[in-house]
Design a protein around this ligand. Structure first.
Ligand code: SAH
Length: 346
Protein backbone atom coordinates (compact mmCIF):
# COMPACT_ATOMS: atom_id res chain seq x y z
CA UNK A 1 0.00 0.00 0.00
CA UNK A 2 1.31 3.41 -0.91
CA UNK A 3 1.59 5.85 1.98
CA UNK A 4 0.04 9.21 1.29
CA UNK A 5 2.88 11.66 1.52
CA UNK A 6 2.37 14.84 3.50
CA UNK A 7 2.71 18.36 2.13
CA UNK A 8 5.94 19.42 3.83
CA UNK A 9 5.09 23.10 3.54
CA UNK A 10 2.09 22.63 5.81
CA UNK A 11 4.59 22.19 8.65
CA UNK A 12 5.80 25.08 10.76
CA UNK A 13 9.52 25.52 11.36
CA UNK A 14 9.07 24.15 14.87
CA UNK A 15 7.28 21.06 13.57
CA UNK A 16 10.11 20.46 11.11
CA UNK A 17 12.68 20.77 13.89
CA UNK A 18 10.76 18.24 16.00
CA UNK A 19 10.50 15.92 13.00
CA UNK A 20 14.28 15.87 12.52
CA UNK A 21 14.94 15.26 16.20
CA UNK A 22 12.55 12.28 16.07
CA UNK A 23 14.51 11.01 13.08
CA UNK A 24 17.65 11.10 15.21
CA UNK A 25 19.03 14.16 13.44
CA UNK A 26 19.66 17.67 14.73
CA UNK A 27 16.86 20.21 15.16
CA UNK A 28 18.98 22.62 13.12
CA UNK A 29 18.35 20.44 10.04
CA UNK A 30 14.74 21.63 10.29
CA UNK A 31 15.90 25.24 9.95
CA UNK A 32 17.95 24.39 6.87
CA UNK A 33 15.10 22.59 5.15
CA UNK A 34 12.68 25.35 6.12
CA UNK A 35 14.97 27.90 4.52
CA UNK A 36 15.07 25.85 1.32
CA UNK A 37 11.32 25.58 1.25
CA UNK A 38 10.54 29.22 1.87
CA UNK A 39 13.43 31.65 1.31
CA UNK A 40 14.91 29.67 -1.54
CA UNK A 41 11.58 28.40 -2.88
CA UNK A 42 12.96 24.92 -3.70
CA UNK A 43 10.80 22.83 -6.02
CA UNK A 44 12.41 19.52 -5.13
CA UNK A 45 14.37 17.89 -2.32
CA UNK A 46 17.20 17.34 -4.76
CA UNK A 47 17.78 21.09 -4.91
CA UNK A 48 18.70 21.10 -1.21
CA UNK A 49 22.41 20.80 -1.81
CA UNK A 50 23.63 21.30 1.75
CA UNK A 51 21.48 18.38 2.97
CA UNK A 52 22.96 14.87 2.75
CA UNK A 53 21.77 12.49 0.07
CA UNK A 54 20.31 10.07 2.62
CA UNK A 55 18.34 12.82 4.33
CA UNK A 56 17.01 14.07 1.01
CA UNK A 57 15.88 10.55 0.19
CA UNK A 58 14.22 10.22 3.58
CA UNK A 59 12.34 13.49 2.94
CA UNK A 60 11.36 12.28 -0.51
CA UNK A 61 9.92 9.10 1.05
CA UNK A 62 7.81 11.04 3.53
CA UNK A 63 6.80 14.31 1.92
CA UNK A 64 5.89 16.15 -1.23
CA UNK A 65 6.50 19.81 -2.12
CA UNK A 66 3.26 21.13 -3.60
CA UNK A 67 4.52 24.18 -5.42
CA UNK A 68 2.26 26.04 -7.78
CA UNK A 69 3.34 26.54 -11.40
CA UNK A 70 2.48 29.52 -13.53
CA UNK A 71 0.90 27.80 -16.52
CA UNK A 72 0.33 30.80 -18.76
CA UNK A 73 1.16 34.43 -18.27
CA UNK A 74 -0.69 37.08 -20.28
CA UNK A 75 0.49 40.66 -20.50
CA UNK A 76 -1.96 43.48 -21.15
CA UNK A 77 -0.96 46.56 -23.12
CA UNK A 78 -1.40 48.59 -19.91
CA UNK A 79 1.26 46.53 -18.10
CA UNK A 80 -1.19 44.32 -16.20
CA UNK A 81 -0.14 40.67 -16.04
CA UNK A 82 -2.49 37.74 -15.47
CA UNK A 83 -1.16 34.40 -14.31
CA UNK A 84 -3.08 31.18 -14.72
CA UNK A 85 -1.68 29.16 -11.85
CA UNK A 86 -1.73 25.37 -11.87
CA UNK A 87 -2.07 23.74 -8.47
CA UNK A 88 -0.60 20.35 -7.60
CA UNK A 89 -3.93 18.60 -8.28
CA UNK A 90 -4.30 20.20 -11.72
CA UNK A 91 -6.89 22.83 -10.74
CA UNK A 92 -6.29 26.36 -11.91
CA UNK A 93 -6.68 29.75 -10.25
CA UNK A 94 -5.77 33.19 -11.50
CA UNK A 95 -3.78 36.04 -10.03
CA UNK A 96 -3.07 39.47 -11.40
CA UNK A 97 -0.24 42.01 -11.22
CA UNK A 98 -1.54 45.57 -11.45
CA UNK A 99 1.10 48.27 -11.97
CA UNK A 100 0.58 52.00 -11.49
CA UNK A 101 3.22 54.72 -11.66
CA UNK A 102 4.12 54.27 -8.00
CA UNK A 103 3.11 50.79 -6.95
CA UNK A 104 2.65 47.21 -8.00
CA UNK A 105 -0.36 45.45 -6.57
CA UNK A 106 -0.91 41.70 -6.54
CA UNK A 107 -4.50 40.57 -6.75
CA UNK A 108 -4.61 36.99 -5.44
CA UNK A 109 -7.15 34.19 -5.24
CA UNK A 110 -8.19 32.47 -2.04
CA UNK A 111 -10.41 29.66 -3.38
CA UNK A 112 -10.76 27.64 -6.58
CA UNK A 113 -14.07 29.01 -7.84
CA UNK A 114 -16.42 30.62 -5.32
CA UNK A 115 -19.35 29.49 -3.21
CA UNK A 116 -21.09 32.85 -3.43
CA UNK A 117 -23.36 33.70 -6.27
CA UNK A 118 -22.95 37.38 -7.10
CA UNK A 119 -24.84 37.75 -10.35
CA UNK A 120 -22.38 40.18 -11.92
CA UNK A 121 -19.19 38.22 -11.23
CA UNK A 122 -17.66 35.76 -13.68
CA UNK A 123 -16.03 33.71 -10.90
CA UNK A 124 -19.44 32.86 -9.45
CA UNK A 125 -20.10 30.72 -12.50
CA UNK A 126 -17.39 28.32 -11.47
CA UNK A 127 -18.60 26.36 -8.51
CA UNK A 128 -16.37 26.39 -5.47
CA UNK A 129 -14.08 23.42 -5.79
CA UNK A 130 -11.81 23.84 -2.84
CA UNK A 131 -10.01 26.25 -0.56
CA UNK A 132 -6.45 27.19 -1.34
CA UNK A 133 -3.80 26.16 1.16
CA UNK A 134 -1.66 28.85 2.80
CA UNK A 135 1.34 27.96 0.66
CA UNK A 136 -0.74 28.16 -2.54
CA UNK A 137 -1.79 31.69 -1.63
CA UNK A 138 1.75 32.62 -0.63
CA UNK A 139 3.20 31.23 -3.86
CA UNK A 140 0.91 33.42 -5.98
CA UNK A 141 2.33 36.45 -4.18
CA UNK A 142 5.92 35.30 -4.69
CA UNK A 143 5.28 34.70 -8.40
CA UNK A 144 3.94 38.24 -8.78
CA UNK A 145 6.78 39.71 -6.74
CA UNK A 146 9.23 38.04 -9.14
CA UNK A 147 7.33 39.33 -12.17
CA UNK A 148 7.23 42.82 -10.71
CA UNK A 149 11.01 42.79 -10.27
CA UNK A 150 11.50 41.41 -13.75
CA UNK A 151 9.08 43.55 -15.76
CA UNK A 152 8.74 46.67 -13.64
CA UNK A 153 12.12 46.79 -11.87
CA UNK A 154 10.65 47.03 -8.41
CA UNK A 155 9.30 44.69 -5.77
CA UNK A 156 5.65 44.13 -5.15
CA UNK A 157 4.23 46.89 -2.92
CA UNK A 158 0.60 45.93 -2.15
CA UNK A 159 -1.63 42.88 -2.04
CA UNK A 160 -5.39 42.69 -2.42
CA UNK A 161 -7.41 39.53 -1.83
CA UNK A 162 -9.72 40.33 -4.70
CA UNK A 163 -9.06 37.41 -6.98
CA UNK A 164 -11.19 34.29 -7.11
CA UNK A 165 -13.08 33.22 -4.04
CA UNK A 166 -14.35 34.65 -0.78
CA UNK A 167 -11.35 35.03 1.57
CA UNK A 168 -13.45 34.99 4.72
CA UNK A 169 -14.80 31.57 3.79
CA UNK A 170 -11.21 30.32 3.83
CA UNK A 171 -10.23 32.40 6.82
CA UNK A 172 -7.67 30.20 8.56
CA UNK A 173 -5.61 29.61 5.44
CA UNK A 174 -5.77 33.26 4.41
CA UNK A 175 -4.51 34.27 7.85
CA UNK A 176 -1.69 31.73 7.70
CA UNK A 177 -0.68 33.00 4.27
CA UNK A 178 -0.70 36.61 5.48
CA UNK A 179 1.39 35.62 8.51
CA UNK A 180 3.95 34.17 6.13
CA UNK A 181 3.82 37.17 3.76
CA UNK A 182 4.39 39.58 6.64
CA UNK A 183 6.97 37.54 8.56
CA UNK A 184 10.69 38.17 8.18
CA UNK A 185 11.13 34.60 7.06
CA UNK A 186 8.64 35.18 4.24
CA UNK A 187 8.43 38.46 2.37
CA UNK A 188 8.52 40.83 5.34
CA UNK A 189 5.71 42.97 3.93
CA UNK A 190 3.79 45.37 6.13
CA UNK A 191 0.20 44.27 6.82
CA UNK A 192 -0.80 47.88 6.13
CA UNK A 193 -0.16 47.12 2.47
CA UNK A 194 -2.54 44.18 2.44
CA UNK A 195 -6.31 44.41 1.91
CA UNK A 196 -8.75 41.56 2.35
CA UNK A 197 -11.94 42.08 0.41
CA UNK A 198 -15.16 40.38 1.41
CA UNK A 199 -18.71 40.24 0.18
CA UNK A 200 -19.55 40.65 3.85
CA UNK A 201 -19.64 37.70 6.23
CA UNK A 202 -20.56 39.36 9.53
CA UNK A 203 -19.44 36.57 11.84
CA UNK A 204 -16.01 36.46 10.24
CA UNK A 205 -15.62 40.25 10.26
CA UNK A 206 -16.15 40.12 14.01
CA UNK A 207 -13.66 37.29 14.31
CA UNK A 208 -11.05 39.30 12.41
CA UNK A 209 -11.61 42.17 14.81
CA UNK A 210 -11.22 39.82 17.78
CA UNK A 211 -8.05 38.41 16.25
CA UNK A 212 -6.70 41.97 16.03
CA UNK A 213 -5.55 41.55 12.47
CA UNK A 214 -3.42 44.41 11.16
CA UNK A 215 -4.40 44.41 7.50
CA UNK A 216 -7.14 46.45 5.82
CA UNK A 217 -10.72 45.49 5.24
CA UNK A 218 -12.72 46.15 2.07
CA UNK A 219 -16.39 45.26 1.69
CA UNK A 220 -18.04 44.72 -1.68
CA UNK A 221 -21.23 46.55 -0.87
CA UNK A 222 -22.80 47.50 -4.23
CA UNK A 223 -26.08 48.40 -2.58
CA UNK A 224 -27.28 49.61 0.81
CA UNK A 225 -30.87 48.56 0.11
CA UNK A 226 -31.53 44.97 1.23
CA UNK A 227 -33.94 44.19 -1.56
CA UNK A 228 -31.56 45.39 -4.25
CA UNK A 229 -28.51 43.79 -2.67
CA UNK A 230 -30.25 40.44 -2.34
CA UNK A 231 -31.24 40.55 -5.99
CA UNK A 232 -27.62 40.89 -7.13
CA UNK A 233 -25.85 39.16 -4.20
CA UNK A 234 -28.31 36.49 -3.05
CA UNK A 235 -26.37 35.55 0.11
CA UNK A 236 -27.45 38.98 1.43
CA UNK A 237 -30.62 37.16 2.38
CA UNK A 238 -28.60 35.19 4.95
CA UNK A 239 -26.35 38.10 5.94
CA UNK A 240 -28.58 41.18 5.66
CA UNK A 241 -27.26 44.74 5.82
CA UNK A 242 -28.20 45.19 9.46
CA UNK A 243 -25.93 42.29 10.47
CA UNK A 244 -23.20 43.57 8.19
CA UNK A 245 -23.50 47.02 9.71
CA UNK A 246 -23.20 45.65 13.25
CA UNK A 247 -20.11 43.66 12.36
CA UNK A 248 -18.49 46.72 10.77
CA UNK A 249 -19.24 48.82 13.81
CA UNK A 250 -17.66 46.09 15.92
CA UNK A 251 -14.62 46.05 13.60
CA UNK A 252 -14.15 49.80 13.89
CA UNK A 253 -14.56 49.88 17.65
CA UNK A 254 -11.87 47.24 18.02
CA UNK A 255 -9.42 48.27 15.30
CA UNK A 256 -10.02 51.99 14.74
CA UNK A 257 -9.34 51.35 11.07
CA UNK A 258 -11.44 52.72 8.24
CA UNK A 259 -13.31 50.38 5.96
CA UNK A 260 -13.30 50.61 2.16
CA UNK A 261 -16.53 50.00 0.31
CA UNK A 262 -16.32 48.64 -3.21
CA UNK A 263 -19.24 49.80 -5.27
CA UNK A 264 -20.30 49.37 -8.89
CA UNK A 265 -23.18 51.45 -10.26
CA UNK A 266 -25.40 49.62 -12.75
CA UNK A 267 -28.05 50.96 -15.03
CA UNK A 268 -31.54 50.26 -13.72
CA UNK A 269 -30.26 48.43 -10.65
CA UNK A 270 -28.76 50.84 -8.15
CA UNK A 271 -28.72 54.18 -9.96
CA UNK A 272 -31.66 56.03 -8.39
CA UNK A 273 -31.58 58.82 -5.83
CA UNK A 274 -32.99 56.38 -3.30
CA UNK A 275 -29.99 54.07 -3.85
CA UNK A 276 -27.59 56.98 -3.42
CA UNK A 277 -29.26 58.21 -0.24
CA UNK A 278 -29.21 54.71 1.27
CA UNK A 279 -25.52 54.37 0.46
CA UNK A 280 -24.62 57.75 1.95
CA UNK A 281 -26.52 56.81 5.10
CA UNK A 282 -24.67 53.49 5.30
CA UNK A 283 -21.34 55.29 4.89
CA UNK A 284 -22.04 57.32 8.00
CA UNK A 285 -22.27 54.34 10.35
CA UNK A 286 -18.54 53.69 10.37
CA UNK A 287 -15.59 55.81 9.11
CA UNK A 288 -14.95 54.67 5.57
CA UNK A 289 -13.83 55.51 2.08
CA UNK A 290 -15.49 54.51 -1.14
CA UNK A 291 -14.06 52.96 -4.28
CA UNK A 292 -16.40 53.23 -7.22
CA UNK A 293 -15.36 50.42 -9.56
CA UNK A 294 -15.99 50.50 -13.26
CA UNK A 295 -18.18 47.57 -14.34
CA UNK A 296 -16.42 44.95 -16.40
CA UNK A 297 -18.96 43.20 -18.58
CA UNK A 298 -19.00 39.44 -18.26
CA UNK A 299 -20.63 38.82 -21.59
CA UNK A 300 -24.32 38.19 -21.00
CA UNK A 301 -25.38 41.84 -21.16
CA UNK A 302 -27.67 41.57 -18.14
CA UNK A 303 -25.67 44.20 -16.30
CA UNK A 304 -24.59 47.50 -17.75
CA UNK A 305 -22.51 50.31 -16.37
CA UNK A 306 -24.75 53.22 -15.30
CA UNK A 307 -24.72 56.53 -17.18
CA UNK A 308 -22.04 59.11 -16.42
CA UNK A 309 -24.76 61.28 -14.99
CA UNK A 310 -25.74 58.64 -12.43
CA UNK A 311 -22.09 58.10 -11.53
CA UNK A 312 -21.47 61.80 -11.12
CA UNK A 313 -24.54 62.06 -8.98
CA UNK A 314 -23.15 59.36 -6.68
CA UNK A 315 -19.75 61.02 -6.48
CA UNK A 316 -21.13 64.49 -5.89
CA UNK A 317 -23.51 63.36 -3.14
CA UNK A 318 -20.80 61.35 -1.38
CA UNK A 319 -18.38 64.26 -1.52
CA UNK A 320 -20.99 66.70 -0.27
CA UNK A 321 -21.29 64.41 2.72
CA UNK A 322 -17.49 64.49 3.21
CA UNK A 323 -16.98 60.88 2.23
CA UNK A 324 -13.71 60.17 0.42
CA UNK A 325 -14.41 58.61 -2.93
CA UNK A 326 -12.04 57.21 -5.55
CA UNK A 327 -13.08 56.14 -8.98
CA UNK A 328 -11.17 53.05 -10.05
CA UNK A 329 -10.57 52.62 -13.71
CA UNK A 330 -10.16 48.97 -14.52
CA UNK A 331 -6.91 47.58 -15.77
CA UNK A 332 -6.17 44.55 -17.87
CA UNK A 333 -9.59 44.31 -19.49
CA UNK A 334 -8.11 43.15 -22.80
CA UNK A 335 -6.88 39.97 -21.08
CA UNK A 336 -9.95 39.41 -18.85
CA UNK A 337 -7.90 40.31 -15.79
CA UNK A 338 -10.13 43.03 -14.37
CA UNK A 339 -12.35 42.76 -11.26
CA UNK A 340 -14.93 40.04 -11.60
CA UNK A 341 -13.53 38.72 -14.87
CA UNK A 342 -11.46 35.88 -13.45
CA UNK A 343 -13.02 32.68 -14.75
CA UNK A 344 -10.22 30.51 -16.11
CA UNK A 345 -11.00 31.32 -19.72
CA UNK A 346 -7.45 30.80 -20.92
N1 SAH B 1 -15.37 37.65 -2.64
C1 SAH B 1 -14.60 38.82 -2.32
C2 SAH B 1 -13.35 38.90 -3.12
C3 SAH B 1 -13.57 39.09 -4.61
S1 SAH B 1 -13.14 40.71 -4.94
C4 SAH B 1 -15.46 40.06 -2.47
O1 SAH B 1 -16.57 39.95 -2.95
O2 SAH B 1 -15.05 41.12 -2.04
C5 SAH B 1 -13.68 41.07 -6.47
C6 SAH B 1 -14.25 42.49 -6.49
O3 SAH B 1 -14.69 42.76 -7.81
C7 SAH B 1 -15.45 42.63 -5.59
O4 SAH B 1 -15.55 43.93 -5.09
C8 SAH B 1 -16.57 42.35 -6.58
O5 SAH B 1 -17.80 42.81 -6.12
C9 SAH B 1 -16.06 43.07 -7.80
N2 SAH B 1 -16.64 42.56 -9.05
C10 SAH B 1 -17.12 41.34 -9.30
N3 SAH B 1 -17.54 41.25 -10.58
C11 SAH B 1 -17.29 42.45 -11.14
C12 SAH B 1 -17.47 42.97 -12.45
N4 SAH B 1 -17.96 42.23 -13.42
N5 SAH B 1 -17.08 44.25 -12.68
C13 SAH B 1 -16.53 44.99 -11.70
N6 SAH B 1 -16.34 44.54 -10.45
C14 SAH B 1 -16.71 43.30 -10.17
Amino acid sequence: MEIKKKDIRALTKEQLRVFFVKEGDKAFRGNQVYEWLWQKAAYSFEDMTNISKETRQMLEDNFVINHIRVDTMQRSNDGTIKNAVRLHDGLIVESVLIPTSTRTTACVSSQVGCSLDCKFCATSRLKRMRNLNPDEIYDQVVAIDNESRLYHNRPLSNIVFMGMGEPLMNYNNVIKAIDKITSKEGLGMSPKRITVSTSGVPKMIKKMADDEVKFNLAVSLHSAVDEVRTSIMPFNETFPLQDLRESLEYWYTKTQRKISYEYVVWKGINDTQNDIDAFVKFCKYVPCKVNIIEYNPIDDGEFQQASNEALENYIRTLEQNRIVVNVRRSRGKDIDAACGQLANKT
